[in-house]
Ligand binder design. Structure first.
Ligand code: NAD
Ligand code: TDX
Length: 332
């Protein structure tokens, strides 16, 4: 496989994947991205044009998608509306991009007989209790809570049906919460880091007892590449790096690592339907495909991420005011 079509490659995880592919493989990449508020061409600016081509467009545009899929050897599908808080207020784009967009790509890979990897989330499984001894596995039942996670669950179901009904050569991965460079300032970790850099107090939803299972985006990329190259067609793989932390602990860690008092944050209005805990058991990925994360120490990964935001204000500053204005309307 040498020509990859990467959808959503100007977003957070997609752009990290394109960087990873350029650094670790010989593949040529075409990025298809609509450049919504979450997409940023600057995230790809450092990459050579001999290896990465950028196409601005919508994954739900069947004519455009048909031509790009025909010209590729494989498709890695990241493009989606991804923010839970947006999905609670404006669900329609989530249906359009996550469901109709995935359907449009599946029809093209079916027609042209191309390999497809679908990038999904652990949120399709709903949430766990804080004291639940089990973590999510590939056989956990689907139980999504939000408009975002329900559309991701729907897209996973479409992929499974296209494998079974039409023999499409697809794999699926469901990953836990990512952090790292190029993440939009609407998301939890970059929001708090950039707040502190601009003298704004971090904002914690509710009491901050909710637990997320953090993985560095570069480790997500190495896992997707491994599945693309060695995964079994039709299989689902969960991706995680044993990074469970509650939100209060993460905010306190960011504050102290940035030289502030650990309690210098505000508790704000909680998210409706807020999932309590996500946790991934990635045994299948490590046992069957031999994958291991590189960032096993969350604090080290966080330190590198804080440095990245400190050094790249020109990348994130243009989105910061509008993001905070949106949260202010919600009391968050
Ligand atoms: P993001 O919001 O940072 O980026 C999404 C990208 O998709 C943007 O560049 C946007 O312009 C593009 N896009 C949106 N709709 C499009 C459309 N209709 N056509 C073409 N491009 C479109 O998202 P992210 O955090 O990088 O997430 C990428 C994928 O990984 C998503 O599928 C998400 O569900 C999944 N995922 C994310 C996480 C996480 O922690 N962020 C965890 C697990 C899985
Ligand atoms: O300011 C905040 N304060 C806060 O306490 C924000 C933005 C979030 N939170 C909480 C809500 C969550 O418990 O932090 C946690 C993480 O929030 P998000 O960054 O919005 O992520 P989450 O809702 O967990 O979903 C993320 O991981 C799974 C991604 O946005 C999804 O795209 C991915 O599928």
């Amino acid at each position: 496989m040498s020509r990859l079509l990467v959808t959503g490659g100007a977003g957070f995880i997609g752009s990290n994947f394109v960087h990873h592919v350029v650094e670790h493989t010989d593949h040529h990449v075409t990025v298809l991205d609509k450049l919504t508020y979450a997409g940023n061409r600057a995230s790809l600016a450092a990459l050579p044009s001999s290896r990465v081509r950028f196409v601005e467009g919508d994954i739900a545009d069947a004519g455009l998608v048909d031509g790009l899929v025909a010209a590729a050897d494989g498709v890695v599908h990241y493009a989606a509306e991804t923010h839970n808080d947006n999905s609670l207020n404006y669900p329609q784009p989530f249906l359009q991009s996550n469901v109709i967009g995935t359907f449009t790509l599946l029809e093209a890979v079916r027609k042209h007989g191309k390999r497809f990897h679908h990038v999904s989330t652990d949120e399709v499984y709903g949430d766990l209790e804080l004291d639940d001894p089990d973590r999510f596995t590939e056989s956990s039942p689907y139980n999504p809570s939000s408009p975002y996670s329900s559309t991701k669950a729907a897209s996973d179901m479409l992929v499974r049906a296209w494998v079974r009904s039409y023999g499409v050569a697809a794999t699926i991965s469901n990953c836990s919460n990512n952090y790292g460079p190029y993440q939009h300032v609407e998301k939890f970790i970059p929001r708090q880091i950039t707040n502190i850099l601009w003298g704004i107090r971090p904002k914690l939803y509710g009491e901050g007892r909710n637990v997320r299972d953090w993985i560095h985006a570069d480790d997500h990329s190495s896992a997707v590449l491994r599945i693309l190259e060695h995964g079994r067609i039709g299989e689902t793989y969960l991706i995680g790096a044993d990074g469970e932390k509650d939100n209060k602990t993460v905010v306190e860690l960011i504050l102290t690592m940035m030289g502030q008092d650990a309690d210098a944050y505000d508790n704000v209005t909680d998210r409706n339907g807020h999932d309590m805990r996500y946790a991934i058991d990635a045994t299948k990925l490590s046992t069957d495909l031999g994958w291991r994360p590189r960032f096993r120490d969350f604090e080290r990964g966080l330190a590198v991420t804080i440095d990245w935001y400190r050094d790249h204000e020109q990348w994130w500053a243009p989105a910061k005011d509008a993001t905070e204005a949106f949260y202010a309307q919600l009391g968050q």
